[in-house]
Design a protein around this ligand. Structure first.
Ligand code: NAD
Ligand code: DAU
Length: 347
C-alpha cells in the first residue's frame, strides 16, 4: 500500500508510522505535517532512515502543497493532523476551526482530485459530548460536542460523511477514547502527571477529579487503525477504546503509587470551563466485526509508559525547553538530506 499520513509527527500519528514501517518495511509512507508545537520529528527518529518513509513539511489547509504531495491513486490518506488539546481550544478556537475543519475539507477535495482510494479519518469520542453515568456512546449516537475542540472534530466528521454521500468517497471514521503511551506531549494529563511525579512536582487536578475518561494504549489504537484501513467497511464509523472508563483521581492515584510518590502531590485547581464529566465509548462494533480488543491492560500500559518517560529524559527535556523545535529538526534534516539529495523543500 502507498499511504499518505497527515499529522505523523504528533503522538498517535508517529506511533502509527513507526508501527507501519516496522510491520510493512519498504512500503511507501509519506508523513505530511505542519510541525506545530505538537509536531516533533524526534518521534520519528527510530524510522527516519528506513526505506519507504519520507517526510514533507506542510499545512493541510494548503491545497497546492497537498496536490503536489499526494500521489495519484494513492491507496489511502490517514488523517491525524489536528489541533488536539481541549484547554488550548478554550483559550482560542480559531486555529482549531482552521486546521481541523478547513484542513479536513481541503484534504477531502484533494483526495478526490488525486483519486485516493480510501480516506481514514481519525476522530474522537468527545464528539458525543458528556455521557450519563450508565450511558455508552455508540457509533450511531447523536453528536453533542461541548468544547470548541470537540465541535471542530464533529464538523470535520460531517464533512467526511458529506464527501462520502455526495462524491462517493470511500471513507472510514474512527473515534477513540483517551490515548496514552510514549512520545505524548506533556500538556495532556498523563504525560504531564508522569513528568511532574518523577520530579516530585505537584500535579494539577481540575475540579473534583471525578471526571471519567476511557484510556486506551496508543499501540492498541494503532493496531485497530491498521485493521480498519485494510478491512473496514467503507462509509462506516468505528469506536476504539480501552473498555474500562476511570476517574481522573483513580488514574492519578495508580500513577503516584507506581512512581512511589505521595498522594499529597495532587493539587486541586480551578475546573476546566464546560468540563465534560464522562466519556465512555462502546467498542462492541469493532469487536464483533474484527474480534478486536485492547491487549494492553491499563496497569501494565501505565507502568511501561512511566518507564519510557524515565528512560527518555532527553526527549522530555528537549520538549520542555523548546529545543525540540530546532535541535531535533536539524539533526533529522541532516539524516534525511544524506538519504535523498536534490529535492528542495522535500525531505
Ligand atoms: P497531536 O497534537 O500530538 O499531533 C497533531 C499533529 O498534527 C502534530 O504533529 C501537528 O504538527 C500536526 N498538525 C496540526 N495542525 C496541522 C496542519 N494544519 N497541517 C498539518 N499538520 C498539522 O495529536 P494526537 O494526540 O496525536 O492526535 C491525533 C489525532 O487523533 C487528532 O486528530 C486528534 O483529534 C485525534 N484523537 C486524539 C486522541 C488522544 O487521546 N490523543 C483521542 C482521540 C482522537
Ligand atoms: O477523549 C479523547 C480526547 O482525549 C482526545 O480527543 C483529545 O485530543 C485528548 O486531548 C483527550 O482530551 P481530554 O480533555 O480528555 O484530555 P486531557 O489529557 O487534556 O485531560 C484528561 C482529563 O484530565 C480531563 O478530565 C481534564 C483533566 N486534567 C487535564 C489536565 C491537562 C486535569 O485534571 N489536570 C490537567 O492538568
Amino acid at each position: 500500500m502507498r499511504i499518505f499520513v497527515t499529522g505523523g509527527a504528533g503522538f498517535i500519528g508517529s506511533q502509527f508510522i513507526r508501527d507501519w514501517v516496522t510491520r510493512f518495511p519498504g512500503s511507501p509512507v509519506i508523513n505530511f505535517d505542519k510541525l506545530t508545537y505538537a509536531g516533533n520529528l524526534a518521534n520519528l527518529a527510530p524510522v527516519a532512515g528506513e526505506p519507504g518513509y519520507s517526510f514533507l513539511e506542510g499545512d493541510v489547509c494548503d491545497k497546492d502543497a497537498l496536490l503536489e504531495a499526494i500521489p495519484e491513486n494513492a491507496d489511502a490518506i490517514v488523517h491525524f493532523a489536528a489541533e488536539s488539546h481541549v484547554d488550548r481550544s478554550i483559550a482560542g478556537a480559531a486555529e482549531f476551526v482552521r486546521s481541523n475543519v478547513m484542513g479536513t475539507q481541503v484534504l477531502l477535495d484533494v483526495a478526490r482530485e488525486r483519486k485516493v482510494k480510501r480516506f481514514l479519518h481519525i476522530s474522537t469520542d468527545e464528539v458525543g459530548g458528556t455521557m450519563d453515568p450508565q450511558e455508552w456512546f455508540k457509533e450511531d449516537g447523536k453528536l453533542d460536542p461541548r468544547s470548541p475542540y470537540a465541535a471542530s472534530k464533529a464538523a470535520a466528521e460531517h464533512l467526511v460523511r458529506a464527501a462520502g454521500a455526495t462524491f462517493g468517497l470511500d471513507y472510514i471514521i474512527t473515534r477513540t477514547g483517551n490515548n496514552y503511551g510514549p512520545y505524548q506531549f506533556p500538556e495532556k494529563l498523563l504525560p504531564l502527571a508522569i513528568c511532574n511525579a518523577l520530579e516530585g512536582q505537584r500535579i494539577p487536578v481540575y475540579g473534583d477529579g471525578m471526571q471519567i475518561r476511557d484510556w486506551v494504549h496508543v499501540s492498541d489504537n494503532v493496531r485497530a487503525l491498521m485493521l480498519l484501513l485494510r478491512h473496514g467497511r467503507a462509509g462506516q464509523t468505528y469506536h476504539i477504546g480501552g473498555g474500562v472508563p476511570r476517574t481522573n483521581l483513580e488514574v492519578l492515584a495508580m500513577l503516584l503509587s507506581l512512581v512511589g510518590q505521595p498522594q499529597s502531590l495532587l493539587v486541586r485547581v480551578a475546573d476546566r470551563l464546560g468540563h465534560d464529566r464522562r466519556y465512555a465509548v462502546d467498542i462492541s462494533k469493532i469487536s464483533a466485526e474484527f474480534n478486536w480488543a485492547p491487549r494492553i491492560p491499563f496497569a501494565q500500559g501505565l507502568r511501561e509508559t512511566i518507564q519510557w518517560y524515565q528512560e527518555n529524559q532527553a526527549w522530555v527535556n528537549a520538549v520542555r525547553s523548546g529545543e525540540y523545535r530546532t535541535y531535533y529538526q536539524r539533526q533529522y534534516s541532516q539524516l534525511q538530506q544524506a538519504k535523498h539529495t536534490g529535492s528542495a523543500g522535500v525531505i
